[in-house]
Design a protein around this ligand. Sequence first.
Ligand SMILES: Cc1cc2nc3c(=O)[nH]c(=O)nc-3n(C[C@H](O)[C@H](O)[C@H](O)COP(=O)(O)O)c2cc1C
Length: 170
Amino acid sequence: MERILQAALEAPSGKNRQNWRFFVLTGEKREAYLGLSQKSWLGIKDILEKRLKPSLYQFTERFFYTLGDAPVVILCYSANDRDEKHLTSVGSVYMAVENLNLAAVAEGLGCCTMGAPLEIKAEVDSFLGIEKLQEDGVEDLELLCAVVLGYPDHTPPRAPRQLENRVRWL
Ligand SMILES: Cc1cc2nc3c(=O)[nH]c(=O)nc-3n(C[C@H](O)[C@H](O)[C@H](O)COP(=O)(O)O)c2cc1C
């Protein structure tokens, strides 16, 4: 985990602000987070029911309820700054999240980056005590995603990549 987090901290960032902030949940805190994961499912299940075939929908539902028994969840925040463009701040954190994903796979772990916690952003903030942190300091913290990490028990098929209209050479 230290090596994986180090890889995230090596990412490039706008104006080198290194505005990523990671909250690593393990043990009881990760257990407690399961309740929030289940709640976040309620926010997106209707859309997914329309989009996914039934077997994948059921698999995804089970994943939200168990997080695949993965022992670590990292909640990824941006410390925003009035003088920095919002998208630059967001993009910088996602650069770090990609490093984190790649390092996890290189270490033999499986991981899943999840935007679902954004469905219940305020609850995740209060779960972590973000308000208190903001009172104590000046950072404007914004939740961007979660990354779930653990040893994989299977190798899921990769979604085929669509190539059409993705790149235009001019
Ligand atoms: C910003 C972002 C948000 C995502 N949110 C979720 C999510 O909430 N739940 C989920 O199961 N997968 C989510 N995914 C998809 C997974 O991270 C992953 O890409 C997917 O399982 C397919 O894996 P593959 O791209 O290696 O084939 C998200 C991906 C990204 C980049």
